[in-house]
Design a protein around this ligand. Structure first.
Ligand code: IPD
Ligand code: CA
Ligand code: CA
Length: 267
């Protein structure tokens, strides 16, 4: 398939900014909030409207591109051949509903299965993190430096309490040694934001038991581009057509935590 990465990236950035503008304009209005798989799995009319907005723009310009979107308005994607846009219209919907901050639009563009373009837009701060594979990562117009190695005792790691959810069947006690040994822990409530915090060195690692492809598609492209590591909690590659566990971190730290803290876990 013929494609022009630079052109796709230019459109993607334009549409993400426009979608963000629409989301900001929604703030004074009353949200229509419903729940999906459980009472805490929230979705709003803005999540749905934003996904539909992207689909209309992408299909209008690139009818052959396919879309894997969280809200299900895109295509039924069962293989990653061709150009596939993996979209989370609002990552951190609970934050969006409760706080109107700490959420992001996340888009990863995969070509024949390879992550080529990543965009994560912190709508409230008008901060667009973007990356074309091989061309570095930018925060708006500013280049983001490569990641430097870190050690456990000087690291801040992001985790969340979903480890203890009954359906996760993960023994969270396995994480206690790591939590004791790190400098600090954080939990922000948006996987995409947590991944750009790793990419920008604000935190050193992020680990979580189960995320969907749209939560991680953009972030892993950026972290790898900056010399960081992105794998499952078992140190394996992701399957972007299903849920995965996630462990992203600075170089060096990744191997250390995998070997010394995660290796016996039933992730
Ligand atoms: C959620 C957020 C959250 C993570 C959940 C995700 P959503 O995405 O990324 O941080 O812990 O697993 O589902 O539902 O707000 O798009
Ligand atoms: Ca999400
Ligand atoms: Ca979402």
């Amino acid at each position: 398939m013929d494609y022009n990465l630079k052109e796709i990236d230019t459109y993607a950035k334009k549409w993400v900014k426009e979608a963000g503008e629409n989301i900001r304009a929604s703030f004074p209005k009353t949200l229509n909030v419903t729940s999906k798989s459980n009472p805490n799995d929230l979705v709003t009319d803005i999540d749905k409207g934003t996904e539909k907005y992207f689909i209309e723009k992408i299909k209008g310009t690139y009818p052959n591109h396919r879309i894997l979107g969280e809200e299900g308005y895109g295509d039924k994607v069962t293989a990653l051949s061709g150009v596939v846009w993996i979209i989370d219209p609002i990552d951190g919907t609970m934050n969006f509903v409760h706080q109107q901050r700490n959420f992001a639009i996340s888009i990863g563009i995969y070509i024949d299965g390879e992550g080529m373009i990543g965009l994560i837009y912190d709508v409230v701060h008008d901060e667009l993190y973007h990356c074309i594979k091989g061309n570095g990562v930018y925060l708006n117009e500013n280049s983001v430096p490569n990641l430097e190695p870190s050690i456990v005792s000087e690291s801040i790691i992001a985790l969340n309490a979903t480890w203890v959810a009954p359906n996760k069947r993960i023994n969270h006690e396995l994480l206690i040694p790591l939590v004791k040994d790190v400098r600090g822990t954080r939990s922000y409530g948006s996987a995409a934001m947590e991944m750009v915090y790793v990419a920008t060195g604000r935190i050193d690692a992020y680990l979580t038991p189960r995320l969907a492809p749209w939560d991680i598609a953009a972030g892993i492209i950026m972290i790898k581009e900056l010399g960081g590591e992105a794998t499952t909690l078992r140190g394996e590659e992701f399957n972007m057509l299903q849920e995965n566990s996630l462990f992203v971190s600075k170089p060096g730290l990744h191997a250390d935590i995998l070997k010394n803290y995660l290796k016996d876990g039933k992730w």
